[in-house]
Each structure stands twice: as C-alpha cells, then as structure tokens.
Design a protein around this ligand. Structure first.
Ligand code: COA
Length: 142
C-alpha cells in the first residue's frame, strides 16, 4: 500500500530538497533566489512553507503568508511523479487553514497567464478568476 501523505512545516534543513522540488516543477526563475525566498518565508511569523511528505520524502510544498490583510501562496508544487494524486488539494487545504488560524479572511493566488494547468487546478479547488490587473515593481534592483 502507498504510504500516507503527511503535511507539516518545512524544516530549514529541508530547504535544498524544497528547491530541487521547485526546479522539478519549473517554479524557479532566474530573477528569484529560491534560497533567499525560502529563508525569508521561514524567518518570520507572517509566513511559512508547508511540506507534504510521503514516508520520509518531500513530495510537495506550499509557501503561505499574509500581509496583515490578505493571504498569498507561492511555490505551490508537487513532484511530477506524484501529481494528480490529491497532494495539491491537501497542501491548499493546509494553507487555507494556516491563514484561517491567523484570522485572514481571503487568499489571493497569482498564476502566470500561460500556466493553464495551474489555473485548472486552482479552479478545481474553489478559486475564481478576479477582474484585477496586478501591477508590480521590483525593489531589489533585479
Ligand atoms: C498544480 C499542482 C500543484 C497540482 O497538484 P496535484 O497534486 O497534481 O493536484 P491534485 O491531484 O490535488 O488535483 C486536485 C484537482 O485538480 C485537478 N488538476 C490538477 N492538475 C490539473 C491540471 N493541470 N489541469 C486541470 N486540473 C488539474 C485534478 O484533476 C483534481 O481534480 P479531481 O479532484 O476532479 O480529480 C501540480 O500539478 C504542480 O506542481 N504543477 C507544477 C507547478 C505549478 O504550476 N504550480 C502552480 C504555480 S501557480
């Protein structure tokens, strides 16, 4: 029988495995430093990284946090060989619970416009497109 999936917090020592997972899921970008992103998310009370483990193996992650008003998720990824088995649903449920526990009433998800697969997934777990345009500006000179 397949081992059960367990969701918990990512340990700092697991950051290299998380980054390997993000690379396998095509979630890394040259202009983002995944080590810095992971350390930042684990370093404060307003964010964390949730880990899905099967046996001892990291099979999925979701970075979740809030800005005092709304929640956000990033680096939502499941190892390609474990996708379509319900791990993504568990991770999003855990991210939502993490935010609810902190009184956050709404979770906004940003999906790259060309990532139709992720859009299908989020719509399947209850997210609806919003008529907003995201404007952004880098503050780190990258
Ligand atoms: C998106 C992702 C996290 C989904 O994880 P997953 O574990 O495969 O998803 P689940 O098995 O929990 O799927 C939940 C539901 O979403 C659906 N779904 C999953 N991937 C889908 C896709 N690409 N297109 C449409 N629906 C999809 C599943 O069919 C399932 O529906 P069902 O309950 O009717 O069977 C995973 O495919 C992934 O890591 N993709 C690459 C990284 C990525 O794009 N992340 C999102 C960044 S914004």
């Amino acid at each position: 029988m397949e081992e059960q999936i367990a969701i918990g917090g990512l340990a700092e020592s697991e950051i290299p495995q998380a980054i390997a997972l993000w690379q396998a899921c095509n979630l890394t970008r040259p202009w983002n430093d995944p080590h810095a992103d992971a350390a930042f998310a684990l370093g404060g009370p307003g964010s964390t990284i949730l880990a899905a483990r099967q046996g001892g193996t990291l099979v999925g992650t979701a970075m979740v946090g809030h800005d005092g008003h709304r929640g956000a998720v990033y680096y939502v990824g499941v190892m390609p060989e474990v996708q379509e088995a319900g791990v993504g649903v568990l991770l999003m449920a855990a991210a939502e619970q993490w935010l609810k526990d902190r009184g956050v009433p709404k979770l906004n998800v940003m999906v790259r416009a060309d990532n139709l697969g992720a859009r299908g997934f989020y719509e399947r777990v209850g997210y609806e497109p919003s008529e907003v345009i995201v404007l952004s500006k880098r503050l780190d000179g990258r």
